[in-house]
Ligand binder design. Structure first.
Ligand code: FE2
Ligand code: FE2
Length: 291
């Protein structure tokens, strides 16, 4: 059995983040071959798909850096980790800016569903709410990218972009679990309980949001609505099976809407293992497979 990352100190994460930063610039997208689209609809959907990714990066970057400034007063090491993490999202944002232009698109204003989410998220004041929301966004991000790797029409540049995002967001999941634990350890009594309410609400809202994302992006990623909604429920649920101490248990009723039971979430690949996190420090050693 893999050791859990549960009791790893911040210094462990800081070391991995520093190693990752050193290797960050070695990676470049090869955008020399233009994409031949099946249809204008497919192209528009691809641009919408990567625009959604761009917004997630932008928001992750801003929240991480703002939080780092607050956290610096009581845990400078944790603040450094938050900054380096935000920088990784900043790097993704740069890559996506180039990539969206390569697809023949531009960075566009958000649609109504996305805007509502980010508005609520930007208004979150409590540190633990910000981190939990971010953690859940990371989880659905890596889930969507992994599914798309197997379902979008394969083209080298698109596969490369999706692989980078999947791989890095998978590392960000256990990293954000660490942030959440550190921040909860300092939060007011009862903070964990109110956070559980947010977890349930957000899980349901994110599952519902897949309907809007299907209208915009399905012609590119070919992920059907039931598949995506179920994958969100599964991955968000599994996250907390592996981080039991946080006390989040996915709702039976909600899981049932996508044909899942709690026991279906047990015994799968451990996204929160030390081995997985260590490996993620060296991006070239990470093998990304489609979901
Ligand atoms: Fe990212
Ligand atoms: Fe991320």
């Amino acid at each position: 059995m893999n050791t859990s990352v549960q009791d790893r100190p911040t210094s462990f994460w800081l070391r991995l983040l520093r190693e990752r930063r050193e290797r960050m610039n070695d990676e470049r997208l090869d955008l020399s071959t233009p994409i031949v689209w099946e249809s204008a609809e497919e192209q528009a959907a691809a641009i919408a798909f990567f625009n959604a990714a761009f917004r997630a990066e932008e928001s992750g970057l801003r929240q991480a850096h703002e939080l780092a400034d607050d956290v610096a007063t009581w845990d400078p090491e944790l603040a450094d980790a938050l900054r380096l993490y935000g920088d990784e999202e900043g790097w993704h944002r740069e890559l996506l800016t180039q990539f969206i232009a390569y697809l023949g698109g531009a960075i566009r204003p958000m649609g109504p569903t996305t805007r509502t989410f980010y508005r609520l998220y930007a208004r979150a004041k409590k540190h633990e709410t910000i981190i939990l929301t971010n953690l859940m966004f990371e989880t659905i991000g890596s889930t969507t990218y992994r599914l798309a790797l197997g379902t979008a029409k394969p083209r080298p540049a698109i596969q490369h972009m999706l692989t980078i995002l999947t791989r890095d967001e998978s590392f960000h999941v256990p990293l954000n679990v660490h942030f959440l634990r550190r921040i909860l350890a300092r939060a007011e009594p009862g903070a964990g309980r109110s956070l559980r309410g947010i977890y349930h609400l957000l899980t349901a809202s994110l599952m519902a949001s897949t309907a809007a994302s299907r209208r915009r992006a399905q012609a590119f990623d070919h992920i059907p609505f039931p598949t995506l909604a179920r994958a969100y429920a599964e991955q968000l649920g599994r996250l907390f099976v592996h981080a039991e101490d946080l006390g989040f248990t996915p709702s039976r009723a909600l899981l049932a809407t996508v044909g899942l039971r709690r026991r279906d979430l047990l015994g799968h690949d451990d996204v929160l293992s030390v081995a997985a996190a260590e490996q993620a420090a060296d991006r070239s050693r990470v093998v990304v497979s489609a979901l």
